[in-house]
Design a protein around this ligand. Structure first.
Ligand code: SF4
Length: 291
């Protein structure tokens, strides 16, 4: 839940989630509909789907035990390099590091070398005697992440009170390393066509062709294209929406109609039992201004 989401946003979700699913087995018996509803509002819904799939696999194939080998962990849904190392360290106390952005920055500063010029695998291997010289590997994994987030922060690191400033090359150097992270932002234009009715309902379906919105309930959505016939639709509003590195320029069109294509179903603009992603909820808010 904490990947890409702030702690204060996550806390109520986490509390609800752990209250409902007290064991791995109870989570594995759930279904996507239920999990997505509980995740509603957190975004990055692939995480929720992977968590559910992962719990099922752990219960069915691994007797509810988390594997303690990197290769086995990486076979689980949604578990990549970073997460598998974090799990090995935090759960199994294995000598490893979870290299997130914070940890990489700490090493980069201590050495005063740009992150992208550091071969982290080699660095860890060469220094394993020093890095893992206690049996508190789990604490070390956690401590390094916290150190990067709270002390050696992205901006204004607290060097004067840092216990490493005696040996830190960044602190001593007049030419301090900079790690610029440029996000490649893509702009896309979409037209969204909403069937609505007088009961404050909107027609949604899961059959759109937009890769990052596949499997989500959506009105009809198309990449903007001059050749699309829009004369039957009324223009409502244009607005911007960001999803990850995508900047979306959206135009909403609407039509009051009681007839909808067979793949669509009516949903209330106000409250739904079914999971509705944030992207669709923003459309709801725009369309609600018509009533
Ligand atoms: S001295 Fe400053 S730059 Fe070096 S590790 Fe400490 S906080 Fe980071």
């Amino acid at each position: 839940m904490l990947q890409q989401t702030q702690v204060k946003t996550v806390i109520p979700y986490f509390n609800n989630f752990t209250k409902k699913f007290k064991t791995l087995r109870s989570l594995s018996k759930s279904n996507e509909k239920e999990i997505l509803k509980m995740w509603e509002g957190l975004g990055y819904y692939r995480r929720a789907r992977n968590l559910l799939a992962c719990s099922k696999e752990l219960v069915n194939k691994y007797n509810s035990q988390l594997p303690n080998k990197l290769e086995e962990l990486k076979k689980l849904p949604g578990i990549g390099d970073y997460t598998s190392n974090a799990l090995l360290g935090l759960v199994h106390n294995k000598p490893t590091l979870a290299l997130d952005g914070n940890v990489k920055r700490v090493f980069s500063r201590i050495l005063n070398i740009e992150e992208k010029k550091i071969n982290f695998d080699k660095l860890i291997y060469k220094n394993k005697e020093n890095l893992f010289n206690t049996n508190r590997n789990a604490d070390f994994v956690e401590a390094l992440m916290e150190f990067g987030a709270m002390k050696c922060k992205p901006k204004d690191p607290n060097c004067l009170t840092c216990c490493l400033n005696n040996s830190c090359k960044y602190f001593k150097s007049n030419k301090k390393v900079k790690n610029l992270r440029k996000k490649m932002v893509k702009n896309k234009d979409y037209d969204i066509f909403c069937y609505i009715n007088k009961k404050k309902q909107i027609a949604l379906a899961k059959n759109n062709q937009i890769s990052f919105l596949k499997n989500f309930n959506m009105p009809k959505i198309k990449e903007s294209n001059d050749s699309i016939r829009i004369q039957d639709w009324k223009f409502l509003k244009s607005y911007k929406n960001s999803i990850s590195n995508l900047r979306l320029n959206i135009k909403i069109y609407y039509k009051f109609s009681n007839k909808i294509p067979s793949s669509y179903s009516w949903y209330s603009l106000e409250k739904n039992k079914e999971f509705i992603p944030n992207f669709t909820k923003k459309i709801f808010r725009q369309v609600s201004t018509l009533f």
